[in-house]
Design a protein around this ligand. Structure first.
Ligand code: PLP
Length: 387
């Protein structure tokens, strides 16, 4: 550390030097991320709420009210009149909270000590973290030909220690939606907690359905759904860190509450203690400015781009894994090794990611990706194919 204070100009100069090495969403080269450019209004609001700490809500009653407003607004488009939950750091924390609730409720109501959770093989790795931290056994259910969870495999894996079933509404690698209605039925029949991870799909599926796309029912309209993860900082275009967990019943939040004696609130259910109100206020602001119509247009544009890419790749003899259900396209080429293809694309400046199951180049068509970026990307793919 420097002995003497540095002047602001020198500090900012150093920081800008580092920042200039970062990629920018606007350049359209970040093709494998589920985050995107921050909405301009969100940036302004974020700065205004930078001092607020929702870990001590009695000091920040206004911001705490905003958190509740965001939770209720999100619950409303997930078919729930009154939701219980929090704006958290992201999908990981939300999933961790859900599994904690499932574990604690199963212990209280059924006396289960060594719980097991059944997740699709396609589940995000946050469930591995949750299983490890909470010491529950992670059981992976197989996928069917469409890369959705296989219902028979889920049924087969249920036993007396099963504390939760998880379904995904927009898988991380392919963007597919699991058969939530059927999973919900299984959960009801077996009296098991059912969590839906809609971290990615939650801010687009309801709006695409509203436009007329035929997509499955993934939300609380299914009576077995106990909780939903939905991330404003993905397709909600809110700034990081903004995840959200919504519970159907208050008891799921209460069962993970820990006394917080020295703070203004009696207890805390989130994993994180001191937590920023800025992304909460910014999420609310973005949601107001977007409105239903804004999110409908956004989700539709992203899906139109995904379908354009899908069709173009097929014409170029690349093999898309599935027709996009949401805005993710994964593909490979029979004659080019996928890792090598990712490297060659990187040399041309394209930052793609690689899916594991199946192995493929994975492109997430986030709002910062424009048609012109895709045209340039396809031009470079064609060049690589010809070389
Ligand atoms: N769930 C799904 C389906 C995801 O795709 C992701 C991240 O990509 C997560 C959870 C974890 O979200 P975060 O990285 O915000 O913690």
């Amino acid at each position: 550390m420097n002995d003497k204070p540095l002047d602001e100009e020198s500090i900012l100069k150093v920081l800008n030097g580092y920042k200039s090495k970062d990629l920018k969403y606007e350049d359209g080269h970040i093709l494998g991320s589920m985050c995107t450019s921050t909405h301009p209004l969100a940036k302004k609001v974020y700065m205004d709420f930078l001092d607020s700490n929702l870990g001590d809500p009695g000091l920040f009653e206004g911001t705490s009210t905003i958190e509740n407003m965001v939770v209720q607004e999100i619950a409303s488009f997930l078919s729930l009149d009154k939701g219980f939950g929090n704006i958290v750091t992201g999908g990981t924390e939300a999933n961790l909270m859900a599994i904690r609730s499932a574990k604690n409720i199963a212990k209280k109501e059924k006396g289960i000590e060594k719980g097991e959770i059944i997740v699709p093989k396609s589940a995000h790795f946050s469930f591995k973290k949750a299983a490890d931290m909470l010491e529950v056994k992670l059981v992976e259910a197989d996928l069917n030909k469409e890369y959705r969870v296989d219902i028979e495999s889920v049924k087969k894996n249920i036993n007396k220690n099963t504390i939760a079933i998880v379904g995904i509404a927009g898988t991380t690698e392919l963007g597919v939606i699991d058969p939530i209605e059927e999973l919900s039925q299984i959960a009801v029949e077996n009296n098991i907690y059912f969590h839906v991870d809609a971290a990615f799909g939650g801010f687009s599926i309801p709006f695409l359905k509203e436009i007329g796309y035929e997509l499955p029912n993934f939300d609380f309209s299914n009576e077995g759904v106990s909780s939903i993860t939905i991330d404003p900082h993905k397709m909600g275009i809110a700034p990081i860190p903004a995840g959200c967990i919504i519970y159907r019943e208050k008891k799921f939040l209460d069962i993970i509450a820990i006394d917080s004696p020295y703070l203004t609130s009696k207890s805390q259910s989130t994993i994180v203690g001191t937590r920023l109100g800025a992304p909460v206020a910014a999420t609310w602001a973005v949601m107001q400015e977007m409105g239903k119509e804004g999110y409908m247009e956004l989700a539709n544009n992203c899906l139109v781009n995904a379908n354009f890419l899908y069709d173009a790749l097929k014409k170029e003899n690349f093999k898309p894994i599935i027709k996009p259900e949401l805005n993710i396209v994964a593909f490979y080429h029979e004659k080019i090794d996928t890792n090598r293809l990712a490297e060659l694309l990187k040399e041309d400046g394209w930052m793609v990611s690689i899916s594991n199951y199946p192995k493929a180049i994975r492109i997430v068509l986030m709002p910062h990706i424009r048609h012109t970026h895709l045209v340039a990307f396809l031009r470079d793919l064609r060049k690589i194919k010809a070389s």
